[in-house]
Design a protein around this ligand. Structure first.
Ligand SMILES: [Mn+2]
Length: 403
């Protein structure tokens, strides 16, 4: 199977010609952080109280999980409910108009909820391997591809800003080369002007991946026929999605882990290491975040797609529970106590890169980096280059949505 994918380097060259991106002034100053604690009205709890342990999904710690290569869009790997139909619908993929008979559609029609992705948590080395297997590579490393990885904040339909950011990052911070991988923190759609184009664009780029955001999940629900959402004017764009787009969205994982060995690799130039940063643990990309002190395999779907704040909870010293559990998800309607940005109390050891908090803006903590700098609100689209840990951003074209 071949995918219609443009290489990053070709893309970069085209963009350079059209955007004239400037390398002046890498951003080190961003909007002042707002300490508002309001939640987005569009927050969606997807299978909200279900953790991966309960759902039977494999976790990043699972050896078995890491040893099975997959591809997000084309995996024919097994699921509990729909393996043969997913493979079938992908083989029968029809560009353009929706037929509402993909396996994801059939699942939704029966269960009135979106199915879990085949892999809730994936490892970058595995999904890269699967992506590369789709094309003839002659076993050679592409000279125009570096070992660096770019992670991009919440795009929300801002396609032009996305293209400009990747072009600028390649030109200014990656010697004009393509990145080994581009990973988006989710919320590709809604609010901005080009939601379906962003989804298709990201899906078609070689070695680009995304985790699932609350807006991606809500849009998927609308695209599958949820009346409450699909009847809203703000979801008019979902009619532009193809069956393949919808199937791809249904396979977006909740986390993408970048193993630390990929972060600590030397660059292709043997005389200089890629970065002065060394990584003692993996990097995890997630849309919203985690509750500190809770094991990764115990983190809930709602947490990973919607958390902004936690609240400190009393610890019973006589409890056999782990004394690490000092925080819980802050729900503004139910929780008491003072909300704290989860990233401020996340002590690693994994570096977590996330989005979902435009009001707070860029967050740059030792073990957590929040990239949502409000691209759709007329502010900036921000990315981070790893392992260098270098921030890069572009200005928004305009205010696409009210904050
Ligand atoms: Mn979000």
């Amino acid at each position: 199977m071949t995918k219609a994918k443009k290489s990053n380097s070709v893309l970069t060259l085209i963009l350079l010609g059209t955007l004239g991106s400037s390398c002046v002034a890498f951003e080190t100053t961003f909007q002042q952080r707002s300490r508002s604690t309001n939640s987005s009205p569009n927050d969606v709890a997807h299978n909200s109280r279900l953790s991966y342990k309960e759902s039977g999904e494999l976790t990043p710690q699972s050896h078995d999980f890491f040893t099975r290569p997959i591809h997000l869009a084309t995996s024919a790997a097994t699921t509990n409910h729909n393996e043969s139909a997913i493979s079938h619908s992908l083989l029968m993929k029809a560009a353009g108009a929706r037929k509402y008979n993909t396996n994801v559609d059939l699942y939704f029609q029966e269960h009135h909820t979106v199915p879990m992705p085949t892999r809730a948590h994936v490892s970058l080395d595995n999904i890269l391997e699967a992506d590369n297997q789709l094309e003839t590579r002659n076993g050679q490393m592409d000279d125009q591809t570096s070992e660096r990885i770019l992670i991009v904040g919440d795009v929300h339909g801002c396609l032009n800003e996305l293209k400009a950011l990747v072009a600028k990052a390649s030109t200014c911070n990656n010697s004009d080369k393509a990145f080994k991988a581009v990973i988006l923190v989710g919320d590709l759609c809604n609010k901005g002007p080009h939601s379906s184009d962003v989804i298709r664009f990201v899906r078609e780029q070689k070695n680009w991946f995304s985790v699932r955001g609350n807006h991606d999940n809500a849009a998927l629900t609308a695209a599958l026929g949820d009346k409450k959402r699909s009847s809203k004017k703000s979801y008019g764009w979902i009619k532009n999605l193809s069956d393949e787009d919808v199937t791809w969205m249904s396979q977006l994982p909740y986390t993408i882990t970048i193993p630390k060995y990929m972060m600590n690799k030397d660059g292709s130039n043997a005389s200089s290491s890629l970065s002065s940063h060394t990584y003692s643990d993996n990097v995890i990309v997630v849309h919203a975040g985690f509750v500190p002190g809770v094991a990764l395999e115990e983190q809930e779907v709602q947490t990973m797609t919607t958390i902004r704040e936690v609240v400190e909870v009393e610890v019973d010293v006589n409890s056999i529970e782990s004394p690490e559990h000092h925080y819980s998800y802050f729900d503004k309607h139910q929780s008491e106590g003072k909300p704290l940005a989860w990233a401020q109390v996340w002590n690693g050891p994994e570096l977590v890169v996330f989005g979902h908090d435009a009001k707070r803006g860029l967050q740059n903590e030792k073990y957590a980096i929040g990239l949502d700098s409000g691209a759709c609100y007329g502010k900036r689209l921000t990315g981070i280059i790893l392992p260098d840990r270098r921030l890069v951003s572009v200005e928004s074209e305009k205010i696409h949505a009210p904050l």
